[in-house]
Design a binder for this molecule. Structure first.
Ligand code: SF4
Ligand code: SF4
Length: 368
Protein backbone atom coordinates (compact mmCIF):
# COMPACT_ATOMS: atom_id res chain seq x y z
CA UNK A 1 0.00 0.00 0.00
CA UNK A 2 1.34 3.36 -0.96
CA UNK A 3 1.14 5.83 1.87
CA UNK A 4 1.89 9.45 1.60
CA UNK A 5 2.33 12.17 4.15
CA UNK A 6 -0.68 14.43 4.25
CA UNK A 7 0.80 17.69 3.08
CA UNK A 8 -0.42 21.05 4.26
CA UNK A 9 0.48 23.82 1.91
CA UNK A 10 0.03 27.45 2.70
CA UNK A 11 -1.18 27.09 6.27
CA UNK A 12 -2.73 30.25 7.56
CA UNK A 13 -2.14 31.56 11.08
CA UNK A 14 -5.62 30.25 11.89
CA UNK A 15 -4.92 26.70 10.77
CA UNK A 16 -1.57 26.58 12.56
CA UNK A 17 -3.52 27.31 15.75
CA UNK A 18 -6.16 24.73 14.93
CA UNK A 19 -3.99 21.71 14.35
CA UNK A 20 -1.75 21.84 17.38
CA UNK A 21 -2.65 18.18 17.99
CA UNK A 22 -1.52 16.96 14.57
CA UNK A 23 2.14 16.09 14.10
CA UNK A 24 4.04 15.66 10.89
CA UNK A 25 4.79 12.09 9.79
CA UNK A 26 8.54 12.73 9.81
CA UNK A 27 8.31 13.63 13.52
CA UNK A 28 6.41 10.46 14.37
CA UNK A 29 8.59 7.73 15.78
CA UNK A 30 5.93 5.45 17.22
CA UNK A 31 5.50 7.53 20.38
CA UNK A 32 2.88 6.15 22.72
CA UNK A 33 1.16 9.50 23.11
CA UNK A 34 0.64 9.89 19.34
CA UNK A 35 -1.95 7.79 17.49
CA UNK A 36 -2.07 6.91 13.82
CA UNK A 37 -5.09 8.05 11.81
CA UNK A 38 -5.30 6.91 8.19
CA UNK A 39 -6.93 9.26 5.70
CA UNK A 40 -8.29 8.65 2.22
CA UNK A 41 -9.91 11.36 0.14
CA UNK A 42 -12.04 9.41 -2.30
CA UNK A 43 -15.19 7.97 -0.71
CA UNK A 44 -15.79 4.61 -2.38
CA UNK A 45 -16.73 1.09 -1.20
CA UNK A 46 -13.26 -0.20 -2.12
CA UNK A 47 -11.62 2.55 -0.09
CA UNK A 48 -13.70 1.77 3.00
CA UNK A 49 -12.21 -1.73 2.88
CA UNK A 50 -8.74 -0.33 2.14
CA UNK A 51 -8.93 1.86 5.25
CA UNK A 52 -10.07 -1.05 7.39
CA UNK A 53 -7.23 -3.19 6.07
CA UNK A 54 -4.74 -0.46 6.95
CA UNK A 55 -5.64 -1.15 10.59
CA UNK A 56 -4.37 -4.70 10.18
CA UNK A 57 -7.16 -6.39 12.13
CA UNK A 58 -7.86 -10.09 11.97
CA UNK A 59 -11.36 -11.05 10.91
CA UNK A 60 -11.94 -13.97 13.24
CA UNK A 61 -14.87 -14.11 15.63
CA UNK A 62 -18.29 -12.51 15.50
CA UNK A 63 -17.99 -8.94 14.22
CA UNK A 64 -20.61 -6.20 14.49
CA UNK A 65 -20.49 -3.11 12.28
CA UNK A 66 -22.20 -0.32 14.20
CA UNK A 67 -23.81 2.20 11.90
CA UNK A 68 -26.95 4.29 11.42
CA UNK A 69 -29.67 3.36 8.92
CA UNK A 70 -30.91 6.97 8.56
CA UNK A 71 -34.25 8.39 9.68
CA UNK A 72 -37.19 8.26 7.27
CA UNK A 73 -36.94 11.27 4.96
CA UNK A 74 -33.27 11.87 5.76
CA UNK A 75 -31.06 11.99 2.69
CA UNK A 76 -27.69 12.49 4.36
CA UNK A 77 -27.13 9.04 5.85
CA UNK A 78 -24.31 7.01 4.33
CA UNK A 79 -25.08 4.88 1.30
CA UNK A 80 -25.05 1.21 2.43
CA UNK A 81 -23.16 0.26 -0.75
CA UNK A 82 -20.09 1.89 0.79
CA UNK A 83 -19.90 -0.99 3.26
CA UNK A 84 -20.43 -3.85 0.77
CA UNK A 85 -16.78 -4.99 0.37
CA UNK A 86 -16.22 -4.56 4.12
CA UNK A 87 -19.26 -6.67 4.99
CA UNK A 88 -18.26 -9.35 2.48
CA UNK A 89 -14.70 -9.49 3.74
CA UNK A 90 -15.52 -9.57 7.46
CA UNK A 91 -18.81 -11.50 7.24
CA UNK A 92 -20.04 -9.05 9.83
CA UNK A 93 -23.53 -8.06 10.99
CA UNK A 94 -24.87 -4.52 10.91
CA UNK A 95 -25.89 -3.54 14.44
CA UNK A 96 -28.03 -0.69 15.74
CA UNK A 97 -30.44 0.11 18.59
CA UNK A 98 -33.94 1.55 18.67
CA UNK A 99 -34.42 5.24 19.42
CA UNK A 100 -36.43 7.02 22.09
CA UNK A 101 -38.53 9.31 19.98
CA UNK A 102 -41.59 8.67 17.82
CA UNK A 103 -40.75 7.47 14.32
CA UNK A 104 -39.82 4.50 12.17
CA UNK A 105 -36.74 3.67 14.25
CA UNK A 106 -38.50 3.37 17.57
CA UNK A 107 -39.65 -0.25 17.20
CA UNK A 108 -37.65 -3.17 15.82
CA UNK A 109 -40.03 -4.25 13.04
CA UNK A 110 -40.39 -0.75 11.61
CA UNK A 111 -36.70 -0.08 12.12
CA UNK A 112 -35.79 -3.16 10.06
CA UNK A 113 -38.30 -2.22 7.36
CA UNK A 114 -36.80 1.26 7.10
CA UNK A 115 -33.26 -0.17 6.91
CA UNK A 116 -34.37 -2.37 4.01
CA UNK A 117 -36.01 0.62 2.26
CA UNK A 118 -32.71 2.48 2.62
CA UNK A 119 -30.82 -0.35 0.91
CA UNK A 120 -29.41 -2.26 3.87
CA UNK A 121 -30.28 -5.61 2.36
CA UNK A 122 -27.05 -7.51 1.72
CA UNK A 123 -25.90 -8.36 5.26
CA UNK A 124 -27.64 -9.52 8.44
CA UNK A 125 -29.01 -6.89 10.84
CA UNK A 126 -29.22 -7.11 14.62
CA UNK A 127 -31.21 -4.50 16.55
CA UNK A 128 -29.32 -4.99 19.77
CA UNK A 129 -32.16 -4.08 22.14
CA UNK A 130 -34.80 -6.10 20.28
CA UNK A 131 -34.78 -8.58 23.16
CA UNK A 132 -34.33 -6.03 25.93
CA UNK A 133 -31.46 -4.36 27.68
CA UNK A 134 -28.53 -5.35 29.84
CA UNK A 135 -27.34 -3.43 32.91
CA UNK A 136 -23.56 -3.15 33.05
CA UNK A 137 -22.08 -2.14 36.42
CA UNK A 138 -19.34 0.49 36.24
CA UNK A 139 -17.59 -0.37 39.52
CA UNK A 140 -13.94 0.57 39.47
CA UNK A 141 -14.20 2.58 36.22
CA UNK A 142 -14.00 5.92 38.03
CA UNK A 143 -17.09 7.41 36.37
CA UNK A 144 -18.84 10.49 37.72
CA UNK A 145 -22.43 9.96 36.58
CA UNK A 146 -23.27 6.25 36.41
CA UNK A 147 -23.16 3.22 38.67
CA UNK A 148 -24.45 1.16 35.75
CA UNK A 149 -25.29 1.71 32.10
CA UNK A 150 -28.09 0.18 30.04
CA UNK A 151 -27.07 -1.23 26.67
CA UNK A 152 -28.94 -3.31 24.12
CA UNK A 153 -28.91 -6.87 25.41
CA UNK A 154 -27.24 -8.34 22.31
CA UNK A 155 -24.21 -6.05 22.69
CA UNK A 156 -22.38 -8.76 24.59
CA UNK A 157 -22.93 -11.35 21.83
CA UNK A 158 -20.18 -9.93 19.58
CA UNK A 159 -16.44 -10.51 19.86
CA UNK A 160 -15.50 -7.15 18.38
CA UNK A 161 -16.91 -4.12 16.64
CA UNK A 162 -16.15 -1.87 13.71
CA UNK A 163 -17.61 1.53 14.58
CA UNK A 164 -18.55 3.02 11.21
CA UNK A 165 -19.67 6.61 11.65
CA UNK A 166 -21.04 9.42 9.55
CA UNK A 167 -19.21 12.43 11.04
CA UNK A 168 -21.59 15.41 11.07
CA UNK A 169 -23.27 17.98 13.32
CA UNK A 170 -25.63 17.21 16.16
CA UNK A 171 -28.10 19.52 17.91
CA UNK A 172 -27.19 18.49 21.47
CA UNK A 173 -23.67 17.08 21.16
CA UNK A 174 -22.26 19.66 18.71
CA UNK A 175 -20.99 16.90 16.45
CA UNK A 176 -21.59 13.20 16.15
CA UNK A 177 -18.45 11.14 15.66
CA UNK A 178 -17.26 7.75 16.88
CA UNK A 179 -17.78 8.65 20.56
CA UNK A 180 -21.37 9.69 19.95
CA UNK A 181 -22.03 6.63 17.77
CA UNK A 182 -20.90 4.38 20.62
CA UNK A 183 -22.65 6.30 23.38
CA UNK A 184 -26.16 6.57 21.99
CA UNK A 185 -25.72 3.81 19.46
CA UNK A 186 -25.28 0.94 21.89
CA UNK A 187 -27.60 2.32 24.59
CA UNK A 188 -31.07 0.85 24.98
CA UNK A 189 -33.91 3.42 24.94
CA UNK A 190 -33.60 3.44 28.77
CA UNK A 191 -29.88 4.18 28.42
CA UNK A 192 -30.61 6.94 25.93
CA UNK A 193 -33.06 8.48 28.36
CA UNK A 194 -30.50 8.27 31.18
CA UNK A 195 -28.08 10.27 29.04
CA UNK A 196 -30.60 12.90 27.96
CA UNK A 197 -32.51 13.44 31.22
CA UNK A 198 -32.55 17.00 32.53
CA UNK A 199 -31.13 18.35 29.31
CA UNK A 200 -34.06 20.19 27.82
CA UNK A 201 -34.03 22.64 24.91
CA UNK A 202 -34.94 26.29 24.85
CA UNK A 203 -37.45 27.89 22.51
CA UNK A 204 -36.09 30.86 20.62
CA UNK A 205 -38.46 33.49 19.21
CA UNK A 206 -41.66 31.57 20.09
CA UNK A 207 -43.71 34.27 18.33
CA UNK A 208 -42.36 32.92 15.01
CA UNK A 209 -44.07 29.54 15.55
CA UNK A 210 -46.47 28.77 12.70
CA UNK A 211 -48.32 26.07 14.65
CA UNK A 212 -47.45 23.20 12.30
CA UNK A 213 -47.46 20.74 15.27
CA UNK A 214 -44.42 18.91 13.96
CA UNK A 215 -42.63 19.23 17.30
CA UNK A 216 -45.72 18.22 19.30
CA UNK A 217 -46.34 15.15 17.13
CA UNK A 218 -42.75 14.00 17.45
CA UNK A 219 -42.26 14.63 21.18
CA UNK A 220 -42.12 11.22 22.94
CA UNK A 221 -42.91 12.74 26.34
CA UNK A 222 -45.95 14.90 25.50
CA UNK A 223 -43.94 17.83 26.85
CA UNK A 224 -44.91 20.39 24.19
CA UNK A 225 -48.07 22.38 23.69
CA UNK A 226 -49.02 24.90 21.01
CA UNK A 227 -52.24 26.02 22.71
CA UNK A 228 -51.79 29.76 23.26
CA UNK A 229 -48.23 29.64 21.87
CA UNK A 230 -45.49 27.03 21.91
CA UNK A 231 -44.42 26.02 25.42
CA UNK A 232 -42.34 23.24 26.90
CA UNK A 233 -43.14 21.48 30.18
CA UNK A 234 -39.66 20.93 31.56
CA UNK A 235 -40.95 18.54 34.21
CA UNK A 236 -41.98 16.12 31.44
CA UNK A 237 -39.18 16.71 28.91
CA UNK A 238 -36.69 13.84 28.68
CA UNK A 239 -34.22 15.86 26.63
CA UNK A 240 -34.31 13.66 23.52
CA UNK A 241 -33.72 16.67 21.23
CA UNK A 242 -36.29 15.44 18.72
CA UNK A 243 -38.00 18.84 18.63
CA UNK A 244 -34.64 20.46 17.78
CA UNK A 245 -34.41 18.20 14.74
CA UNK A 246 -38.07 18.44 13.72
CA UNK A 247 -38.96 22.14 13.83
CA UNK A 248 -38.78 23.46 10.24
CA UNK A 249 -38.08 26.97 11.58
CA UNK A 250 -35.36 25.76 13.96
CA UNK A 251 -37.01 27.47 16.93
CA UNK A 252 -35.48 25.00 19.41
CA UNK A 253 -31.86 24.88 20.43
CA UNK A 254 -29.92 23.18 23.21
CA UNK A 255 -30.24 25.16 26.42
CA UNK A 256 -27.08 27.21 26.76
CA UNK A 257 -26.36 26.46 30.39
CA UNK A 258 -22.72 25.55 30.75
CA UNK A 259 -23.22 23.05 33.57
CA UNK A 260 -26.11 21.27 31.84
CA UNK A 261 -24.13 21.19 28.59
CA UNK A 262 -21.06 19.58 30.11
CA UNK A 263 -23.19 17.18 32.10
CA UNK A 264 -24.79 15.86 28.93
CA UNK A 265 -21.42 15.55 27.20
CA UNK A 266 -19.93 13.76 30.21
CA UNK A 267 -22.86 11.35 30.33
CA UNK A 268 -22.45 10.68 26.63
CA UNK A 269 -18.72 10.01 26.95
CA UNK A 270 -19.25 7.76 29.99
CA UNK A 271 -21.67 5.59 27.99
CA UNK A 272 -19.13 5.40 25.18
CA UNK A 273 -16.38 4.63 27.69
CA UNK A 274 -18.16 1.56 29.10
CA UNK A 275 -18.82 0.02 25.65
CA UNK A 276 -15.25 0.86 24.55
CA UNK A 277 -13.81 -0.70 27.72
CA UNK A 278 -15.69 -3.98 27.34
CA UNK A 279 -15.25 -4.91 23.67
CA UNK A 280 -12.35 -4.58 21.22
CA UNK A 281 -13.20 -2.10 18.47
CA UNK A 282 -11.76 -0.08 15.60
CA UNK A 283 -13.15 3.08 14.02
CA UNK A 284 -13.95 4.44 10.56
CA UNK A 285 -15.41 7.95 10.15
CA UNK A 286 -16.85 9.16 6.84
CA UNK A 287 -16.70 12.93 6.37
CA UNK A 288 -19.42 13.56 3.81
CA UNK A 289 -22.79 15.40 3.73
CA UNK A 290 -21.71 17.38 6.79
CA UNK A 291 -24.66 19.41 7.99
CA UNK A 292 -25.59 20.89 11.37
CA UNK A 293 -28.02 18.04 12.12
CA UNK A 294 -27.64 14.33 12.52
CA UNK A 295 -29.11 11.47 10.49
CA UNK A 296 -31.98 11.21 13.03
CA UNK A 297 -33.50 14.29 11.42
CA UNK A 298 -36.29 13.47 8.99
CA UNK A 299 -35.24 16.46 6.95
CA UNK A 300 -32.01 16.61 5.05
CA UNK A 301 -30.29 19.82 6.12
CA UNK A 302 -27.99 21.30 3.51
CA UNK A 303 -24.33 20.36 4.14
CA UNK A 304 -22.31 23.39 5.24
CA UNK A 305 -19.07 22.15 3.70
CA UNK A 306 -17.98 19.83 0.92
CA UNK A 307 -17.14 16.15 1.31
CA UNK A 308 -13.67 15.62 2.77
CA UNK A 309 -12.90 11.90 2.76
CA UNK A 310 -12.66 9.07 5.29
CA UNK A 311 -10.44 8.31 8.28
CA UNK A 312 -9.72 5.15 10.24
CA UNK A 313 -7.94 4.50 13.51
CA UNK A 314 -7.70 2.15 16.46
CA UNK A 315 -7.94 5.22 18.70
CA UNK A 316 -11.45 6.59 19.26
CA UNK A 317 -10.24 9.94 20.55
CA UNK A 318 -7.67 10.51 17.83
CA UNK A 319 -10.17 9.73 15.07
CA UNK A 320 -12.74 12.20 16.37
CA UNK A 321 -10.07 14.87 16.92
CA UNK A 322 -8.74 14.34 13.39
CA UNK A 323 -12.27 14.43 11.92
CA UNK A 324 -13.04 17.66 13.77
CA UNK A 325 -9.78 19.22 12.54
CA UNK A 326 -10.45 18.22 8.92
CA UNK A 327 -13.92 19.82 9.04
CA UNK A 328 -12.51 22.93 10.72
CA UNK A 329 -9.87 23.19 8.02
CA UNK A 330 -12.39 22.75 5.21
CA UNK A 331 -14.81 25.24 6.77
CA UNK A 332 -11.99 27.68 7.65
CA UNK A 333 -13.35 28.06 11.13
CA UNK A 334 -12.05 27.24 14.61
CA UNK A 335 -15.24 25.49 15.72
CA UNK A 336 -17.50 24.80 12.72
CA UNK A 337 -20.14 23.01 14.78
CA UNK A 338 -20.45 25.87 17.26
CA UNK A 339 -20.89 28.15 14.27
CA UNK A 340 -23.37 25.97 12.37
CA UNK A 341 -25.39 24.21 15.07
CA UNK A 342 -24.86 26.60 17.97
CA UNK A 343 -23.16 23.94 20.05
CA UNK A 344 -19.50 23.06 20.43
CA UNK A 345 -18.78 19.35 20.75
CA UNK A 346 -15.22 19.82 21.94
CA UNK A 347 -16.01 19.00 25.57
CA UNK A 348 -16.68 15.42 24.40
CA UNK A 349 -13.01 15.21 23.47
CA UNK A 350 -11.86 16.92 26.67
CA UNK A 351 -13.72 14.43 28.83
CA UNK A 352 -12.71 11.39 26.77
CA UNK A 353 -9.11 12.51 27.23
CA UNK A 354 -9.66 12.80 30.98
CA UNK A 355 -11.02 9.25 31.06
CA UNK A 356 -7.96 7.99 29.19
CA UNK A 357 -9.77 6.84 26.07
CA UNK A 358 -6.90 7.69 23.73
CA UNK A 359 -4.66 10.42 22.37
CA UNK A 360 -5.64 13.77 20.96
CA UNK A 361 -2.21 14.01 19.37
CA UNK A 362 -2.12 12.12 16.10
CA UNK A 363 -0.31 11.66 12.84
CA UNK A 364 -2.48 11.75 9.73
CA UNK A 365 -1.27 9.37 7.04
CA UNK A 366 -2.86 9.67 3.65
CA UNK A 367 -3.44 6.45 1.71
CA UNK A 368 -3.41 6.74 -2.06
S1 SF4 B 1 -39.73 18.75 24.44
FE1 SF4 B 1 -38.26 18.26 22.84
S2 SF4 B 1 -36.47 17.50 23.94
FE2 SF4 B 1 -38.19 17.44 25.38
S3 SF4 B 1 -38.99 15.38 25.19
FE3 SF4 B 1 -40.16 16.66 23.77
S4 SF4 B 1 -39.10 16.46 21.81
FE4 SF4 B 1 -37.73 15.70 23.40
S1 SF4 C 1 -42.33 22.54 14.90
FE1 SF4 C 1 -41.69 24.69 15.23
S2 SF4 C 1 -43.11 25.88 13.97
FE2 SF4 C 1 -44.03 23.85 14.19
S3 SF4 C 1 -45.36 24.01 15.99
FE3 SF4 C 1 -43.39 23.30 16.73
S4 SF4 C 1 -42.30 25.18 17.33
FE4 SF4 C 1 -44.01 25.78 16.02
Amino acid sequence: MKKKLFAFIGLSVLTVGLFAQRIDEKDYHGQKDVSVVYFIREITPENVLKLYEALNEDNSGKIGVKLHFGEKGNKNFLNPELTRPLMEKTKATWVETNVLYVGERRYTDRHLALAAQHGFTFAPIDILDSEGEIDIPTDGMGLKHYKNVKLGKNFVNYDKYIIYTHFKGHGSAGFGGAIKNLAMGFASPGGKMAQHASDYPQINSPEKCVGCSNCVNNCPAAALSIEGGITIDTTKCIGCAKCIAECPLKLFSPKQVELAGSTFMERLVEYAYVAWKIKPMVFINVLANISASCDCSSRAPKPFCGDIGMVASKDILAIDQASFDLVAEQHKCEDPFLKESGKSGLSQLDYAQKLGMGNRKYVLIEIK
